[in-house]
Design a protein around this ligand. Sequence first.
Ligand code: MN
Length: 198
Amino acid sequence: MAFELPALPWAEDALEPAYSARTVSFHYGKHHKAYVDKLNELTAGTDLEGKSLEDVVAAVAGKADKQAVFNNAAQVWNHTFFWHSMTPGGGGRPSGDLAEQIDCTWGNYDQFVAAFKAAAVGRFGSGWVWLVADNGELKITSTANAEMPAGEGVKPLLTCDVWEHAYYLDYQNRRPDFVQAFFDSLVDWGFAAKNLGG
Ligand code: MN
């Protein structure tokens, strides 16, 4: 069975105005779809055909001759995780355990957002910024291109896509403004809390 483009968890215009329908239309309908199509093309007729997306990523990670498969498979996974990291009416402060752990790790929520923004600005070129639980300890990490957080006991909680295609139509070159909007209006803390607890 071929890999499929997963449905968005909300309508294309549901994140307006912080994340426009036009951006979603291109980012999901063109970029995310292209990774799915390319992955199907690269895996058709190989022993990777019919495996789950996670199994494909695991099978090809770190293999130089499978870099293209990894890039496309990981980008399919990363984008699906990114869509779920945002929700209509999202943004603002988390609550519960997650809020306590953020305060404990970064001092307060504003310092956490500043650190996340610094990681986004510090990612030269294309990539992703993640909030992860690393064996129970919250950390901000950034990855290049299609890479995802790896390592024993490392669990992604949420991610922000900092490829230029993720924000250019709405924010042009202003990556920090996009990341600020991500936390002010878009982030789904419920998704992060579910990932932390699950
Ligand atoms: Mn993207």
